[in-house]
Every structure is written in C-alpha cells, then in structure tokens.
Design a protein around this ligand. Structure first.
Ligand SMILES: [Zn+2]
Length: 123
C-alpha cells in the first residue's frame, strides 16, 4: 500500500451517495465498486477489496465529451490517464498514459483536474 486513502460515502464532486456494486475478481477476491455515473458533467468511481479499510483505486473524469479519465492506484502507486471508457481502451489496445504518482485531493476536484491536465501536457 503506497497511500491509505479513506473510503468516501458520497461523491466528492456533487455530494450524491455513491452507488455500491459488488464484483468477483478471480485472482484477488471480491471487491466493492462505488460510483457516481448518473451526472452528465462528471464521473467518479473508486473500489476496494473485501475487508479493506482503504481504497485500491479511484477514477475521476478530466472531461466528459470526449471522455478522458484519470485513475489513481493507491496500492501500486501509479496514476494513469486514458481516453474513453475501459471498454474503449480494451478495444483500441492502447495503453493508458502513465503519470508520476501524487496523492489526490478529492475535496477540490477542479484544482485536481487542472493539476492532472498540466502533468499530461508535460508527459
Ligand atoms: Zn458526482
């Protein structure tokens, strides 16, 4: 674990309660996906494994049209930026752009989006 990111109950961007979905991962066990994906202007999602106290990863939208996402992995310590949905990424076979890891401040998403975009410009 690189960083112990607390688990949010509400979307940090709009304050809506996050919708919980359980998934089974054959290698790592079951995990909980929490997300806000009903809004047109942003997406937020995060996940954690069963019995974990902290997040494995979290994803925000940098832009919605076209969709660009930034995803932090707190276990392995990386930050990735990718265009489109995960399904799009699998289809295109493109690798996400990896950026230097930093601890995100989800309480100020506007600033966070700016910061990631700046990193993207220099990568
Ligand atoms: Zn939201």
């Amino acid at each position: 674990m690189i960083y112990e990111m607390p688990v949010p109950s509400k979307c940090p961007q709009c304050g809506d309660p996050l919708v919980n979905e359980f998934y089974e991962d054959k290698t790592n066990g079951s995990f909980l996906l929490k997300r806000c994906n009903k809004r047109l202007d942003h997406q937020f999602q995060c996940n954690l494994y069963e019995d974990a106290k902290f997040l494995t990863s979290a994803t925000i939208s940098l832009s919605m049209n076209p969709l660009v996402r930034a995803a932090w992995n707190f276990k392995k310590g990386y930050l990735e930026v990718a265009k489109g949905t995960i399904e799009d990424l699998i289809k295109s076979g493109e690798d996400p752009t990896r950026l230097p890891f930093f601890v995100p401040d989800f309480s100020n998403i506007k600033e966070l989006v700016k910061k990631v975009k700046l990193y993207t410009t220099f990568s």
